[in-house]
Design a protein. Sequence first.
Length: 202
Amino acid sequence: MGSLGRARSSRAHTAMRIFSSFFAIGLSFVLVGVAQAATITWGAATNSASSSDVADGGEVIAALNAGQPSLPDLVLDDVTFTANDITGGGTANGMMTSHSTGDTTYDSFLTTLSLGGGSGERTRTVDGLTIGSDYLIQIWFTDLRNATSNRTMRFGDGNGNTVDLKARNGAYGQYAIGTFTADDTSQDYTMDPLGFGNGHIT
């Protein structure tokens, strides 16, 4: 997971961005409003292209770049992502190999990851939420290495609502945005490597 994502909140709408290189997965949470629910409604998987991929609007609650904590912060579209071993399974880099989006900062975000800790579906938890508030979560998945660029990671909410992100897909991997209303002070998300041994988030 090179980048995790971010979360934001606003009175107009609730968006939780958890940017983290969130599975390279990037993770970002954004707080957008007030409501109730733990079901994540996912948008379509979208090819990663530039730092403008980062969702706009709302108050950023968490913006994490999946990678070694000693890495410097990265600023993408005015959002500061802090390096973090998001899953606690260890980190790696080099997922972009020699490829470039043309944006060196975005390249640095996509090229690192946090390992999921093994095969099969794994559950991770985001804490510090406000019950009844609406959130937006954004995640990334990138792996352009020749032997692994055909991989697909499935992200979900543990309730059967999922989105599949491809490691390459003819571009620089993919990201997806999900929305939910917190019914607790924490929210689970799942990551499931489809057909390979160790899930990870960018």
